[in-house]
Design a binder for this molecule. Structure first.
Ligand code: ZN
Ligand code: ZN
Length: 138
């Protein structure tokens, strides 16, 4: 099942690539963890849990195991890239990681960081084959 999510222009932010200075438009989805970015494009996989299960997988002892299980359950992206915790949103111009999160967390921190960054046209893969496609309004 596919759902189009329109994002009003007033909610869209701009972010500048540190490497090539190109500006990208992004939207931040709050409380969307755990999520993994594609290694090749800006699509994402978001595995949804009940609040109780989410609290469980966020504990220290559960983290590493949960991360490898979530990575192994993630689908293959339509671009044939993989969804991994150490993958970041990329600049469309030069492909470098965008400075989305201020202190450049490692993949373990990324696991706990629930703000999801999407672009115009980003496909968000959800559990059970559901998809959301983000459309930025002009
Ligand atoms: Zn992809
Ligand atoms: Zn760039």
């Amino acid at each position: 099942m596919e759902e189009i999510v329109p994002i009003p222009s007033s909610s869209i932010k701009t972010i500048k690539c540190d490497t090539c200075n190109t500006t990208s438009h992004i939207y931040t989805v709050k409380e969307a963890g755990p999520h993994l970015y594609c290694t090749k494009c800006n699509n994402v996989y978001h595995e949804k849990y009940s609040d109780q299960d989410h609290a469980k997988i966020r504990t220290k002892w559960g983290r590493r195991k949960s991360m490898s299980i979530i990575e192994s359950q993630a689908p293959i992206c339509e671009c044939r890239g993989l969804f991994l915790f150490n993958s970041h949103p990329n600049c469309k111009n030069c492909g470098c990681d965008l400075p989305i999160i201020e202190h450049e967390p490692d993949s373990r921190e990324r696991f706990l960081y629930s703000d999801l960054v999407v672009f115009d046209g980003t496909v968000e893969y959800l559990n059970q084959g559901h998809k959301r496609i983000y459309r930025f309004e002009q």
